[in-house]
Design a protein around this ligand. Structure first.
Ligand code: HEM
Length: 147
């Protein structure tokens, strides 16, 4: 159980911490300093690297979460909530990865900055939603046993 909890915590620390940095540090700094032809290739490259780690983190969170649920038996309400919100976040990420992210990477390769900017704006909204859900789920997972 402890090893599973370690992988669980490592997983959401990388995923949610990475979203926090991208949303509150990387993107606003790039927007305030760089023009689209410099900013969008930087963000596309950073997103491509981060998304690879996000897939690994998601696999860790889901595998460790399901394993712990199997050990614990009938899930408490907070575990059910974590599972449902976790699955919603993973579906949002899958959509983000296969839709606006694919558009962003293609538009940057084609140097189509308006299309890349539009795709990046869509990614920003989805990352913001997932960041909020992730922070709420950390609270649920941590304080849940108290309820
Ligand atoms: C991004 C999504 C998630 C976050 C942020 C999250 C967060 C947490 C946190 C903070 C804990 C408490 C760790 C501790 O006690 O030190 C926890 C425990 C747990 N999580 Fe998650 N979790 C997520 C997704 C999931 C998913 C998808 C599942 C099920 C598949 C799950 C199942 C569990 C279970 C079974 C525990 C152990 C509960 C216990 O000790 O009674 N979590 N999670």
């Amino acid at each position: 159980m402890l090893i599973a909890k370690l992988f669980h915590i490592l997983g959401f620390t990388v995923w949610i911490g990475g979203m926090f940095f991208a949303h509150h540090a990387l993107r606003p700094s790039a927007a305030s300093i760089l023009q689209p032809p410099q900013r969008l290739p930087l963000l596309a490259a950073a997103m491509a690297r981060f998304f690879m780690w996000a897939w690994i983190a998601i696999a860790l969170i889901m595998a460790s979460g399901l394993y712990m649920m199997a050990l614990l038996g009938r899930p408490a309400l907070f575990v059910t909530l974590m599972f449902v919100i976790g699955v919603v976040m993973m579906l949002i990420f899958a959509h983000l990865f296969f839709a606006p992210n694919r558009r962003l990477q293609r538009a940057v390769t084609a140097q189509d900055w308006p299309a890349a900017g539009a795709a990046m704006a869509h990614i920003r909204t989805l990352v913001h939603v997932n960041l909020m859900l992730g922070l709420i789920t950390i609270v649920i997972g941590t304080l849940g046993p108290l309820v």
